[in-house]
Design a protein. Structure first.
Length: 317
């Protein structure tokens, strides 16, 4: 058992992936099977890391429990966490392993066209790996889990973690990793397709979205936030359901907006566990709007920026 090293009384633990992201953003309409002029870059990413970095920017003491290699990318990942105040006390650098890598191409509007992930190292985030860190995890104010972990590990988390569990479904291919612990979860944030997979309800309008949300609540989740894209976010608990529509936004890059919204939902709970559902939804939409207007996968977001965005939209209304 790893002895807890408490640096603060309240903190969030994020368990998930950390990647080196390689991206291509064409300047004009994409021509398939041809070379496209645009911007190519590298940045630290991964759903778990992105959420952790957003949380750290929002002044939440954040510990990322992950694994990374001892390669060049691994050193860059570690240095990035240090710069962004993400604590790696309970992460592990694995000798001889290749760090997780993700490559994606967007269209000329910033929407992702295709991505390729090489995340085999995440298999090392296993029940035996987490068991050594369980005391520290259980003393967190929130334990946020991304679905890049395999189902066996997520099942173990549901059986052993007593801290409030927040889940990010990541993708349709991985959303079902949460199926075995839905009754143990405080908060889940899927998109419409992922919620459809988890409930068997085809979401094609507001009515079907609310049916899916109710189905997830019936499975035991306390709070559900279903991202409906351009139609907003459906916020639901056993007392209320409502849709918060998107804020007016000049979209620069759609990659990372969901992670920023998830971090904002988590920050909202960390800051005030009794915050009203609609306010949480507005905070999530404000954060997503800020992310969409940034060229970075993780924007330089602050709590003051969220409040300013909320205030600007209130004035606009």
């Amino acid at each position: 058992m790893i002895s807890p090293k408490y640096l603060t009384a309240d903190y969030v633990v994020v368990i998930g992936g950390m990647n080196m992201d390689i991206y291509g953003m064409p300047s004009e309409k994409v021509i398939n099977r041809d070379s496209n002029i645009g911007t190519v870059g590298m940045t630290v990413g991964g759903v778990g890391q992105n959420i952790a970095q957003n949380l750290a920017h929002l002044d939440v003491p954040t510990y990322l429990i992950t694994v990374y290699g001892d390669d060049y990318n691994g050193r860059l990942l570690e240095e990035s966490c240090q710069r962004n105040n993400i604590h790696l006390d309970y992460a592990a650098q694995l000798k001889g392993e290749r760090s997780s890598t993700y490559m994606y191409i967007t269209d000329e509007h910033g929407d992702m066209l295709v991505g390729v992930n090489d995340m085999g190292i995440c298999e090392y985030i296993s029940p035996s790996f987490l068991k050594k860190r369980l005391d520290f995890i259980n003393n967190a104010k929130v334990c946020l889990v991304d679905a890049n972990l395999n189902k066996q590990t997520i099942d173990w988390i549901g059986q052993n973690v007593t801290a409030p569990i927040f889940g990010d479904t990541v993708s349709c291919a991985k959303a079902r990793h949460f199926e075995g612990i839905l009754d143990k979860m405080t908060t889940l944030k899927p998109n419409a397709l992922e919620a459809s997979l988890l409930t068997g309800i085809d979401i094609n309008d507001e009515h079907s979205a609310k049916q899916a949300a109710q189905s997830l609540l019936n499975k035991g989740i306390k709070n559900v936030f279903i991202s409906l894209g351009a139609d907003g976010i459906l916020c639901a608990n056993n007392q209320k359901m409502l849709i918060i529509h998107p804020f007016k936004t000049n979209i620069v890059n759609a990659n990372g907006a969901g992670d920023c919204g998830m971090a904002a939902i988590t920050w909202s709970y960390f800051d005030n566990p009794n915050r009203q559902l609609g306010e949480i939804g507005r905070i999530a939409q404000a954060a997503s709007s800020i992310a969409l207007e940034s060229t970075k996968s993780v924007p330089d977001i602050t709590v003051n920026q969220i409040y300013a965005k909320l205030e600007s939209m209130s004035v606009a209304l």
